[in-house]
Write a protein that binds this ligand. Structure first.
Ligand SMILES: [Zn+2]
Length: 487
């Protein structure tokens, strides 16, 4: 007898439909899986056999062949356990095939018959809702997919519960993040650094990339961490998009579903696959896990030329494309990049109190390790000095608080929204602003790309001031943030 159950496999962040066809015929007892299945799918045989028996069903003493169609699509992961088990049950007449019409099933099985969650369940949920199919999956994961509009989710604890037929739809609770938002740094706790804080305000309002240059211990990491708390919360769409990437990577999607922007700070020893994604099966990298949030690269020159080279394109396009033998896989990667670096290998070039011990050649070569094209993508570069110890010991909190700045950011974002809705499309520059921009472009040898970026930053500064037209002072401030050049 034959039966077919619909499931899906992940390609990037999409769940692509796969039909699990099960054929049970008399002959020598074998249990085979064909159709480009990876190791985890092949191992389903052992889990399915034990789980069915543990749940009180029969595993046929016959020839059982599972075909995963379409054959050319590579299938990976443990989510095939449940659809294969259902296929066997239907093909042997232990369950009615009709009960699974219009259903998609995904889930890993324990040897005891329990149904467990799998990476990317949110992707399966979105695909099922789009196809107007009901999704059969682990009951414990119901809350994680509750945010998907229009989803009919039927959660299973255990294969045993199928003895009474397909369980009724599961009503999900709210997705709850176990962690407090990682934007735990309040600007009020960062002493001094008024200039850097202003840069964070502009970056939060306009989504601009920031480079902090300063000696070790000057608070660059604290400043970067404070940025998440200044950005507006994730919109409904952004929540799902970000949670989807986290789900596919096997991370908890709940913080993103709660609206918390991700903050990712990969170490400079991270592999290229770790940064931009890769591996078999492919997994999203840090730049995608930071989607709609902050990617913080501390000690930027230490990442090495190969890693910085592969980051360039995703930073520009907001998407990572991994080209593979079976076709390209894409992951979203729209991030605000915050990078930090010392001014020289020892860290103290330009420091008023400590002498730099590097040779002039080493100081000159240090920024070149990052390379001009990546510097070009840094919209705002700012020097961060070591803070006077007297200021650090001062018990009074800084006057700038995250609450104040995030309120201004929200107003600027709203102002931009009303400005773009009213249709004043090209940025309007005052005459003085235009001539200052032209003069700066000439004197600083700004590339066309750099001029565009200066103009964008100036537009954000004007939005923060809530003025329709970009004034000379806005351009002057924006040009000032490109002052830190390659040395
Ligand atoms: Zn030095």
């Amino acid at each position: 007898m034959q039966a077919a159950i619909t499931t899906a496999t992940l390609v990037g962040v999409d769940a692509v439909p796969v039909e699990v066809q099960v054929d049970v015929s008399s002959g020598l007892p074998v249990f085979g899986i064909v159709g480009l299945a990876d190791t985890a799918v092949q191992e389903a045989r052992d889990r399915v056999r034990s789980a069915l028996r543990a749940a009180g069903f029969d595993f046929p003493n016959a020839r059982v062949i599972v075909n995963l169609a379409p054959a050319p699509l590579r299938k990976h992961g443990t989510g095939f356990d449940l659809p294969i088990a259902l296929g066997v049950l239907c093909a042997t007449g232990q369950l009615s095939t009709r009960a699974f019409d219009g259903s998609v099933a995904v889930g890993e099985l324990g040897l005891d018959g329990s149904v467990r969650t799998v990476p990317g369940l949110l992707a399966h949920a979105l695909a099922a809702a789009r196809a107007d199919a009901r999704l059969l999956g682990p009951r414990l994961a119901a809350d994680a997919v509750g945010a998907v509009p229009g989803l009919k989710y039927h959660g299973l604890d255990d294969l045993r519960s199928l003895r009474q037929g397909v369980p009724p739809p599961t009503v999900p609770g709210p997705a709850r993040s176990s962690l407090s938002p990682d934007g735990g740094v309040d600007l009020a706790d960062v002493a001094g650094h008024q200039g850097a804080k202003r840069c964070l305000e502009i970056a939060a309002a306009g989504g601009h990339n920031v480079l902090f240059v300063g000696p070790p211990g000057s608070g660059k990491t604290m400043l970067a961490r404070a940025l998440c708390g200044l950005q507006t919360p994730l919109t409904e769409n952004e929540r799902l998009e970000t949670a989807l990437v986290h789900s596919v990577a096997g991370l908890d999607p709940a913080p993103a579903l709660d609206g918390v922007r991700p903050f990712r700070a990969p170490h400079h020893s991270s592999s290229i696959a770790g940064l931009v994604g890769g591996g078999a099966p492919p997994r999203p990298g840090e730049i995608s896990l930071a989607h709609h949030g902050v990617l913080f690269l501390d000690e930027l020159p230490e990442f090495g030329p190969a890693a910085l080279q592969v980051l360039r394109q995703p930073l520009e396009e907001g998407v990572v494309t991994l080209v593979r033998a079976q076709g390209a896989v894409t992951y979203p990667a729209r991030v605000t990049l915050v990078a930090a670096m010392n001014p020289c290998p020892c860290g103290f070039a330009g420091d008023p109190d400590r002498a730099c011990t590097c040779s002039p050649g080493a100081v000159a070569r240090y920024p070149a390790r990052v390379g001009g094209p990546l510097f070009d993508r840094m919209d705002i570069a700012v020097r961060v000095a070591r803070i006077d110890p007297g200021l650090l010991l001062c018990r009074e909190r800084a006057e700038t608080t995250t609450a104040d700045v995030s309120a201004r950011v929200r107003q600027a974002v709203e102002f931009r929204g009303s400005r773009t809705r009213s249709g004043s499309q090209p940025p309007t520059l005052s005459l003085a602003a235009r001539s200052l921009l032209e003069a700066s472009a000439r004197s600083q040898h700004l590339s066309g790309r750099a001029v565009t970026r200066v103009l964008r930053v100036a537009r954000t500064i004007a939005d923060l001031a809530r003025t329709d037209s970009i004034a000379e002072e806005h351009v002057a401030e924006a040009v000032g943030y490109r002052g830190w050049d390659l040395g």
